[in-house]
Design a protein around this ligand. Structure first.
Ligand SMILES: Cc1cc2nc3c(=O)[nH]c(=O)nc-3n(C[C@H](O)[C@H](O)[C@H](O)COP(=O)(O)OP(=O)(O)OC[C@H]3O[C@@H](n4cnc5c(N)ncnc54)[C@H](O)[C@@H]3O)c2cc1C
Length: 473
């Protein structure tokens, strides 16, 4: 058990040590309770200087510290080392400035992403790099994961919008990289190295984020296809011929869509045909509803040409909300349906390889005899293939089988020119699979950076790389 005296001096009442309270911080949304590791304490800093002192204390005592945002991660990156300390950013949640002249905001990392969006709406502005968990995740977690989302095809991922940050280094120094400037080549691009490093290279304590004018109008089209092949062909055709880049192209396989739909409240349900094998949610935004309507009409004609039918279409808020609700509920349905026995994957392939990837799910289904939900961001090739335990399968058989299935899946995505995670990260979940995607030399160069910045390996150890890899001579 670690000696918490030094921590109490820094945090006093802003700290949890009671077992029943800390257990909430022992897991994230990974969905498999086997990963749970409870910390000895959780601290809730309110200012940067406390975090600098925390990391100095951690280096002195050799205690692991894990930063935590909203805990919505799907790869276990916010799961602490058992008996370590969690640094929750819950109380550092101020929007410090909305700078409407520079189109930049300065925020603390604990701001809930949706809260920022609501504030920006009042100024006609928009943070475009948000993930689809925006109502529960924090902006600091988005930056640390370089989250993507439904709109990455048009607007890019979170990293695109991070201009500057105040960061506490793993050794407890307060650093400032970037700032309120749109260009900066002063030295190494440390900012973007630490962005997406899953809390292993620094703790973000303040962020400068670029925002953009909010589009005047949006509209969605929910298209149903009798065959999966037609849906993937449609995605390729739409990307080629549309005069505007769609802001989203989301895929849900027919069975998953129907199962999710019936699990929703009656008033939220769509009318879905039992024949449909694939749904696509296509969204456009633009200056006004006329412009968006024209784009939707053209996209709907293309749906027909590819053998599908436009189920729902429109620019009204209620239409959009209903279509998005179905898509956003899919991961929650998976969790409810399969409990611990599912593996929500996050593979990404070049857009042209999407048909091959989606067909590969069929091969996995028949080889391993398990259901696989297929959904995700079809526009940018990032798919959440999610194997689930078959009802007749024992827990032991599932646990024995899933590593083989994932190894085959990861091998295939790399063969297709893709990689094993597009947005959820390596976390704790994919540490042992990193060598499928990166060579020994590539991993060694990353480990060298980790060792240089965190010589005692106290900041989020066990995430991305195993503790033994980082500490090996
Ligand atoms: C229903 C659902 C939908 C999702 N949809 C998407 C999606 O569309 N796109 C997507 O990319 N992800 C998605 N996710 C995954 C997750 O929401 C994102 O990764 C999100 O960015 C995590 O933010 P968080 O605040 O919850 O971070 P956490 O889960 O708390 O932490 C994630 C990582 O960030 C680190 N971290 C947190 N705060 C800081 C900080 N201040 N400084 C340094 N490191 C920090 C943690 O140590 C950890 O490594 C989804 C999750 C769910 C449950």
């Amino acid at each position: 058990m670690i000696d918490l005296t030094g921590l109490k001096e820094i945090f006093g009442g802003e700290m949890l040590v009671e077992a029943k309270d800390v257990t909430r911080y022992g897991v994230d949304q990974i969905g498999d309770d086997h990963y749970r590791q409870n910390p000895a304490a959780v601290v809730f800093p309110t200012e940067t200087s406390q975090i600098a002192q925390l990391m100095k204390w951690a280096n002195r005592t050799g205690t692991p510290v894990t930063p935590r945002g909203g805990g919505s991660g799907l790869a276990g990156a916010a799961i602490p080392v058992a008996g370590g300390v969690v640094c929750s950013f819950k109380k550092m949640n101020r929007i410090i400035e909305i700078d409407t002249e520079n189109l930049m905001v300065t925020v603390e990392p604990g701001v809930v992403t949706n809260t920022l969006d609501k504030e920006l709406m009042a100024h006609g502005l928009f943070f475009a790099g948000y993930p689809m968990s925006e109502d529960i995740c924090y902006i600091g977690g988005n930056v640390a994961e370089n989250a993507g989302g439904g709109r990455a095809i048009k607007y890019g991922t979170t990293a695109t919008y991070v201009l500057g940050a105040e960061i506490v280094s793993p050794t407890g120094e307060v650093l400032h990289f970037g700032g309120k400037r749109l260009k900066d080549v002063t030295g190494y691009n440390m900012l973007q190295l630490i962005v997406g490093s899953e809390g292993t290279l620094g703790l973000f304590t303040q962020l400068v984020i670029r925002v953009i004018p909010r589009p005047g109008a949006r509209g969605v089209l929910l298209a149903a296809f009798p065959e999966i092949r037609q849906a993937t062909q449609y995605v390729a055709a739409l990307r080629r011929v549309s005069s505007e880049v769609p802001s989203s192209i989301e895929f849900i396989d027919g069975e998953t869509a129907r199962s999710t739909n019936v699990s929703m409240r009656e008033g939220d349900r769509q009318t879905l045909s039992p024949e449909t094998q694939a749904y696509l949610l296509v969204e456009f935004d633009g200056p006004d509803t006329d412009a968006v309507d024209r784009l939707l009409q053209a996209a709907a004609v293309l749906v027909g040409e590819n053998g599908g039918a436009a189920d729902t279409m429109g620019t009204q808020e209620s239409t959009m909300e209903a279509a998005w609700k179905l898509r956003k509920q899919v991961p929650w349905w998976v969790k409810r349906n399969a409990g611990s026995c599912h593996s929500l994957e996050d593979v990404v392939v070049p857009p042209a390889a999407v048909p091959e990837l989606v067909m590969f799910a069929d091969h996995l289904r028949s080889s391993y005899k398990v259901p696989i939900a297929v959904f995700g961001h079809a526009g940018d090739g990032n798919f959440h293939l999610t194997p689930m335990k078959a009802p007749e399968m024992s827990q032991e058989a599932w646990e024995h089988m899933i590593p083989d299935l994932l190894s085959e899946l990861y091998g295939e995505v790399v063969r297709l020119g893709g990689t094993i995670s597009g947005e959820h990260g390596i976390g704790r979940k994919r540490v042992s699979s990193l060598s499928v995607a990166l060579s020994d030399a590539e991993r060694a160069s990353m480990i060298a950076i980790k060792r240089a910045l965190d010589p005692r390996n106290v900041l989020n150890p066990g995430v991305i790389f195993s503790e033994s890899e980082v500490m090996a001579e």
